[in-house]
Ligand binder design. Structure first.
Ligand SMILES: [Zn+2]
Ligand SMILES: [Zn+2]
Length: 374
């Protein structure tokens, strides 16, 4: 069903902004109530232990007020009533399930979990931060926030975030059994005694070396490229576009990238700092944020650096594989970042990928389809 009447950029006073905000806050309120009802299945264990329940209930109440308020505003503006009605309906559903006074559900011994809470927190934080950055200093000023394919990539955001619990669960289970032979007690004791900042930098460098090798292999081995081509099918870059990944790709890359931290026996705090930084940088480098960061752009991966990686222009093919440190690409001869010039075109050359998330999931397994050439 198409809720919106138009593909035009959002404008104030039309009721579309308030309608979408009402739906977004309504959906998040329903999901938050479900997290309260089924904590063991829907929340991330490492986050769960740190929650202030009183604060969480206040945030949920605020979410419901926003959803209802924006829904009513949509009606007042007398446009896009379907958007407003859906937002209000979601608020009513959240209230019906218990709202902000919902009881915390019984504890089960769940065998795995879906990180719904991580999804909600990450979506709220990313949407607020990156939308503000993209509005303040846009690289492409004519590109609306809700550009074409935004909802397509939004579905990837949902699937890849909800699957993170399964990924983490599998890699936590698989790593000790598969790689226990790599563990050296002396090495881990030494590494664990290092200051947190040193550990963080060591995790960043080793993770990015692994990322470089895996990423380059995905470009150079044809069978792997078919999976990674899904990520490169993005034609308009923004913070949401980075979520377009074949779901098997993060399963492999996250395990490989975290392997050095596992072998070194990194402490919890530097490890958590790395995970938060990696998540932020993944959003940033894909975003439509036009700041070039001066000399800092040679030290850390920025939008300019990764936008060139996504370019379909000949000069940029198979360059800029690093996720954090452009220095690694310099070291291996794959660095490409012209001064003050951004790529003009993004995407894959040759045969285009099929449209739709399910078709893109199946695409690498369909041998008869010709692969894209970039
Ligand atoms: Zn790539
Ligand atoms: Zn990318």
């Amino acid at each position: 069903m198409k809720l919106d009447d138009t593909d035009r950029p959002l404008q104030l006073g039309e009721g579309r902004i308030s309608g979408y905000l009402s739906i977004a806050f309504g959906t998040l309120s329903v999901l938050a109530v479900l997290c309260f009802m089924f904590p063991d299945y829907l929340t991330t264990p490492s986050l769960r232990v740190g929650y202030d329940l009183v604060l969480m209930r206040k945030l949920l109440a605020a979410g419901m007020v926003f959803s209802a308020g924006f829904g009513v505003l949509t009606f007042v503006l007398n446009r896009q009533k379907r958007l407003g009605a859906l937002g209000i309906l979601l608020t009513v559903l959240a209230a019906y399930l218990g709202g902000s006074s919902v009881e915390v559900g019984p504890r089960y011994d769940a065998p795995g979990f879906i990180g719904l809470d991580w999804f909600i927190l990450d979506l709220l934080a990313s949407a607020a931060l990156f939308t503000a950055l993209e509005k303040t200093v846009a690289h492409r000023r004519d590109q609306p926030i809700l550009r074409s394919d935004f909802w397509h990539d939004g579905r990837y955001f949902i699937v890849n975030h909800l699957a993170i619990g399964i990924f983490l669960f599998m890699s936590v289970k698989a790593m000790p059994s598969l790689f226990s032979w790599t563990v050296n007690a002396g090495l881990q004791e030494w590494f664990g005694s290092l200051p947190g900042v040193v550990q963080f930098v060591a995790i960043l460098v080793t993770a990015d070396l692994m990322e470089y090798a895996t990423h380059r292999a995905m470009h150079e081995v044809p069978a792997l490229w078919r999976f990674h081509a899904v990520h490169h099918s993005v034609e308009r870059m923004d913070w949401m576009a980075g979520s377009r990944l074949h779901f098997l790709e993060p399963l492999v890359t996250r395990t490989v990238v975290m392997l050095p931290a596992f072998v070194l026996g990194a402490s919890d705090t530097p490890l958590l700092c790395y995970i938060v930084w990696a998540g932020f940088q993944a959003g940033l480098v894909h975003s439509n944020f036009g700041l070039e960061f001066g000399p800092l752009k040679y030290l850390v991966a920025t939008p300019l650096f990764h936008h060139w990686h996504h370019s379909s222009e000949k000069e940029a093919i198979d360059t800029n594989y690093a996720a954090h440190l452009p220095m690694i690409d310099r070291l291996f001869g794959t660095y490409h970042m012209p001064r003050d010039r951004w790529p003009k075109k993004y995407g894959v050359a040759g045969a285009p990928l099929p449209k739709g998330m399910l078709r893109q999931f199946l695409y690498p397994f369909q041998r008869r389809q010709p692969p894209p050439t970039v």
